[in-house]
Each structure stands twice: as structure tokens, then as C-alpha cells.
Design a protein around this ligand. Sequence first.
Ligand code: TPP
Ligand code: MG
Length: 335
Amino acid sequence: METPNIVRLSAEIPVEQYGRERLMSLYETMVKIRDFEKTVEEKFFGGEIPGFVHLYIGEEAIATGVMANLTRDDCIESTHRGHGHTIAKGADLNRMMAEIYGKKTGCCKGKGGSMHIADFSIGMLGANGVVGGGYNLAAGAALAKKMQGRQDISVVFFGDGASNRGTFHEAANMASVWKLPLLFVCEMNEYASTTPYLTATSVAEISRRAFGYGMPAAIVDGNDVFSVCEGAKKLIDPIRAGNGPAFLECRTYRVKGHFVGDPEKYRTREEVQKNVDERDPIAFFERRVTSAGALSAEDLSAVQAKVASEIAAALKFAQESPEPDVSALFEGLYV
Ligand SMILES: Cc1ncc(C[n+]2csc(CCOP(=O)(O)OP(=O)(O)O)c2C)c(N)n1
Ligand SMILES: [Mg+2]
């Protein structure tokens, strides 16, 4: 039997094919994620934010490129590193920042925090503190869409570490058997907490596992939003047409610590700096669109200014919002 091929997309996609409006929107989403998280990082160190925070800085092109192919009715399952997915799916920044601050006005009334943000109104079914906890929830959502006869799809984001959980294999098998409208998006950022991926993962290309479940797969440069966008589209079109699940592997690098405050003893500063210098997805985008003459430096600054004022407003909203009432503690429980 012939071995199926992994589709590989390079950075050679002509940006001129993307209209000006679409380019501005991709840039705005990436900058929004970056600025939102820089603010969260600063305020976490300042002692204003409770709990744990895992940053998505440097991986913005993945959420942005995948979500550019989704509608509001499509749904996603996120990870412990979920701010980027939530913003790209269209979350209200005020309610999101308030949630991270644990405030009453947050999208989960302050009970979820950074790692358990959810907003069903935009199809964001939840970040998840359980690594590999999202697959079967996303498969369930995909099954519901299919049973309702809808065209919508479900997307599950997960890391290289999470790809080694048994839950991946269970969900991949049933999704394939039932031809569920489900896209698996692996964010291969080279580390699972302190573990370099090859010391704990049986294959150099995680997407090869898709073939064991009869799924098509693609590998894209996760730091190139155009590559992610095209790869996601190639896989999503057949999913919407009823052909069953697919697997998108996005190659990226976690430039921040595993969590804010991680001493990062497991890698060198030089390794991190090299990735920051050579692979930053936002700097890459800026170079691509300006050198192609598709957007000007003024266009980019206008987006940066718009985003900066939105983030400042979200921060003010969160800081000035009230804490949840103690009486709310027992609201929203099943038992
Ligand atoms: C079931 C489970 N096991 C272990 C942990 C602890 N833990 C939190 S994040 C993480 C690493 C996840 O790595 P990866 O899936 O590659 O995602 P990344 O953090 O790189 O985005 C681990 C082991 C957990 N939260 N849940
Ligand atoms: Mg990882």
C-alpha cells in the first residue's frame, strides 16, 4: 500500500492573493494576542493576577491562521495556553481580561481564570488545565454538529506533549470511524513543560500518526500565518464536505517559559534568542507584506495604535471591575 503524503507548505505563498482587508485583519489578530499577553505578563509579575499563566507569545500565527478559516458557529477546544485561541475566535477583550483577573464581569464570572476561559457564544468551548483533555470534548461537539446536519466543524488545539496522551488516539479513532467534522491542530512548539519533544515522542513528525487513523495531514510553518492559513483551508474544505477528520501540524517554538515565572533551566538563553530573532511570526508578517507592497508601514502603525487602545480599555475594565460575591460560590454547579 502506498504511504500517504503529508502536505508541506512553505513560505512561498503570494501575499498579493490576500486582499488588503484580510491582511489587516490577520495582523490585527496577531498584534492583539501579543499585546494582550504582554500586558497579562506584566500585571502577573506585578501581583495583580491570581493563579497560573501560560503565554502564547510567538505562536500567534497558528490561532490566527486557523481561525481565519472558521465561522462563529464553528467551535474550538483550547489548551492551558489558551489566550490566543480565545482572542482569535473573537472574544470580547474586556470580559476576557476581567476573567483573567478573576472578576465578576469576566466571561466565566471570574471562576475560570486564565486556564479555564470559555465563551460558548463565540464557539469557544474552553481552555483546559488537563493536558489532552480537549480531544473528546471536541469530538463530542463535532458529533453534535453532524447529528444536527450542520456544516460547522469543530477544532481541537493541543501541544506536542498532549499528542502522547491516550485521549488523542481514542478521539482520532472514533472521529475517523464516524467521519466527524473535526480538525486536530498540533502546536509543535518543541517542549512539553521541561521536556524536549523528541525525548518523549516516538515520531519526528507527529502528523504521521494521523495515517494510523486514515486521516489526511499537513505540516505548516506555524510562525508563518499564510502557511497556517493555507494548510488549514486545504484540510477544512474536505472536512466541511463530509469527508471526516484531518490533522494539521504547526511547527513553532515556545519562546516564553512554560508558565510565567518558569526558571527555564532546561534550555539555553541562546537557543531562545535565536528563535526570537529569526522566527518571530509578527516580524515575519511585517516583512512579507511591506516587501510585497501589500501593506504600508503606516497601515501597520494604525493597527498597532487601535489595538493598544483596546488593550488599555480592557485592562482598565478588569482592574475596576468588582470581585465576585461570596454568594456566587455555589452558583453554576451541577450538584
Ligand atoms: C493530564 C495532565 N498531565 C500533566 C499536566 C501538567 N502539565 C501542564 S502543561 C504540560 C506540558 C504540555 O506540553 P504541550 O502539550 O507540548 O503544550 P505546551 O505547553 O508546549 O503548549 C504538563 C505536563 C497536566 N496539566 N495535565
Ligand atoms: Mg509543547
